[in-house]
Design a protein around this ligand. Sequence first.
Ligand code: SF4
Ligand code: SF4
Length: 182
Amino acid sequence: MSASDNGTRKYPCTSCHTNCCKEYTIFVNAHDIYRLTTNLGITPQSFLEIYGAKDFDLGIKVKEGLVDLALKQQSGACMFLVESDDVFRCTVNEFKPGVCKSYPFQIKDGKLTQMDDKMCPVGWDTKEFEAMMAPHLKKDESEWKFYNDLIVEWNAKHWIKKPLDEFLRFIVDRVSLSLKID
Ligand code: SF4
Ligand code: SF4
């Protein structure tokens, strides 16, 4: 999900005005928040938008309500997207959320495929990206599971008693701890 070109060949992103970064709400997990916070040296509050949770079981129960977390938007696009001379660029490319890295790929029936409804103007060469995307998608799946388990643990202990700021500290600390153990 960003304009990219390895210098030797053109990728679909090169001929695209980063439709995906403008159209989607980018929901993030604990690892995404940890990576952005630690690598950019900014607070989670500075880049997170609070959404009302649609799924009661997975929403985060905090003083502010039942919420989900996504990247903030600015002028109708992700806040990390910048335009210069009609070229759009992700300013957090190295630390961008897992869903951004995955798009438009997915694992379906055990195989790497492209989403049917992808916004990319042209198709990708799935085979060329298999070695890179398959392990990434697996890692992304395990990071979402880690996050969902944290939410379940938090919700069981702190049902609407504590503010979102405290939840954010809780998840960042847990990711930090898990990385030290690994
Ligand atoms: S929509 Fe597809 S081609 Fe366009 S920037 Fe996103 S991933 Fe790249
Ligand atoms: S983080 Fe980067 S790739 Fe993801 S939506 Fe924002 S600008 Fe696009």
